[in-house]
Design a protein around this ligand. Structure first.
Ligand SMILES: C[S@@+](CC[C@H](N)C(=O)[O-])C[C@H]1O[C@@H](n2cnc3c(N)ncnc32)[C@H](O)[C@@H]1O
Length: 361
């Protein structure tokens, strides 16, 4: 079973993911170079084939793909297949609305064919040696399956943030080992699937939310979610066992972890060359607005919307069926909004966008 059913649908993710777009755009210049370096199409090549993995409702993914198509068209006039993948439970209706607003294709260039694929990033998604460029943005930080190990003292497999201490939140280095092993295995599955799908000379851009020496993208967002859940536990609105069992199923990697499979697994070392690797502390639109207008309420609202878009499906699926109050999900996000307004420094948020660009050998 995948660890999420997708993002909050009905256009909510699209409306609350300018931060993810900023994290992706930081690496678009790599893609421009990648397109320029693609091998000359052979006389038998009928199309350029692109696949974006973990596209969600599509607004961000379609924008990146349009950019890629512009660069590809400088290379040749070949038709383009643009595939957008996400889990089968994703809101693909919204994706098609984005691809065909008012029934007309949003990508207006000639000879562009779009299609959606339902399937997991950690498995094969298209036939062998059929892709020229594969991309993934802000997606494969989610574990492939729910980790079996438990972590009763926190809701994320990461050492707690020293800037946001809280009684009852505790994680040891040893407890993290099984999660780190699984995160490595997941990446091996992802790279093996792409190694099979890409043509020789094909390019793979992998970007995820991660961490650097100073910050983790998990800081702030997971602290405020954890604090809100603990407030509910302390008010007897959620059982303590819920907090102990709940896990936000994501790994916030550093750059070394991102390419460890390529460096350490002989089949992957033979399959890929690492062209680029970097971690960037990218602009966060809701922080930039806050720095200008100092409007805490507006900042908390945008921050909560951003957080809710990717956490609500996981949280709602995990909540016990019978709870003492109605609309617990809404109330948890109201509590998050309140906490953010009251303690902006405690929940300071940095988006550490990490990425690598690989060439299929
Ligand atoms: C935060 S959204 C990113 C969407 C878009 N790429 C962007 O950058 O705005 C993460 C997406 O990854 C998808 N996802 C999570 N696990 C996945 C998996 N195993 N295979 C494919 N997609 C997955 C989720 O369903 C979700 O739509």
């Amino acid at each position: 079973m995948p660890t999420t059913t997708g993002m909050k649908g009905g256009g909510y993710y699209d409306a609350n993911s300018r931060e993810q777009r900023s994290a992706s755009q930081a690496f678009l210049p790599w893609l421009e170079t990648a397109v320029a370096e693609l091998p000359e199409p052979s006389p038998h090549q009928q199309s350029w084939n692109l696949l974006d993995i973990g596209s969600s409702e599509g607004a961000n993914a379609i924008s990146t793909t349009e950019q890629l198509i512009t660069w590809l068209r400088k290379r040749s006039e070949l038709p383009v297949w643009a595939f957008f993948d996400d889990l089968p439970t994703n809101d693909f209706n919204q994706m098609f609305l984005n691809l065909f607003p008012a029934g007309k294709p949003v990508i207006t260039a000639n000879d562009i064919y779009t299609a959606a694929i339902g399937g997991s990033a950690f498995e094969r998604l298209v036939p062998p040696a059929s892709l020229h460029i594969a991309t993934t943005f802000n997606a494969i930080g989610f574990f492939e399956t729910r980790p079996a190990a438990s972590l009763p003292g926190f809701i994320l497999p990461m050492l707690p943030n020293l800037r946001a201490p809280r009684d009852g939140v505790q994680v040891s280095e040893d407890e993290l080992i099984p999660f780190q092993k699984q995160a490595h295995q997941d990446l091996c599955h992802f790279y093996r699937a792409r190694a099979a799908e890409l043509v020789p000379g094909g390019k793979l851009l992998v970007q995820i939310f991660g961490r650097n020496e100073t910050h983790s993208t998990g800081h702030g967002i997971i602290d405020v979610l954890s604090d809100a859940l603990l407030d509910f536990v302390e008010a007897d609105l959620l059982p303590r066992s819920f907090y102990e069992e709940f896990l936000f199923p994501a790994s916030y990697r550093n750059t070394a972890e991102l390419i460890a499979p390529i460096e350490n697994e002989p089949d992957l070392t033979a399959a890929f060359r690492v062209d680029q690797l970097d971690a960037r502390d990218v602009p966060v639109p809701f922080n930039d607005v806050f720095a200008e207008n100092e409007d805490r309420a507006a900042w908390a609202k945008s921050y909560t919307g951003f957080l809710r878009a990717f956490t609500e499906p996981v949280l709602a699926a995990a909540l016990p069926e019978y709870l003492p109050q109605e609309n617990t999900v809404d109330k948890i996000y109201q509590r998050i909004d309140r906490l953010l307004q009251d303690h902006p420094d405690r929940y300071e948020f940095h988006f550490i966008s990490i990425a690598t660009l690989l060439t299929r050998l």
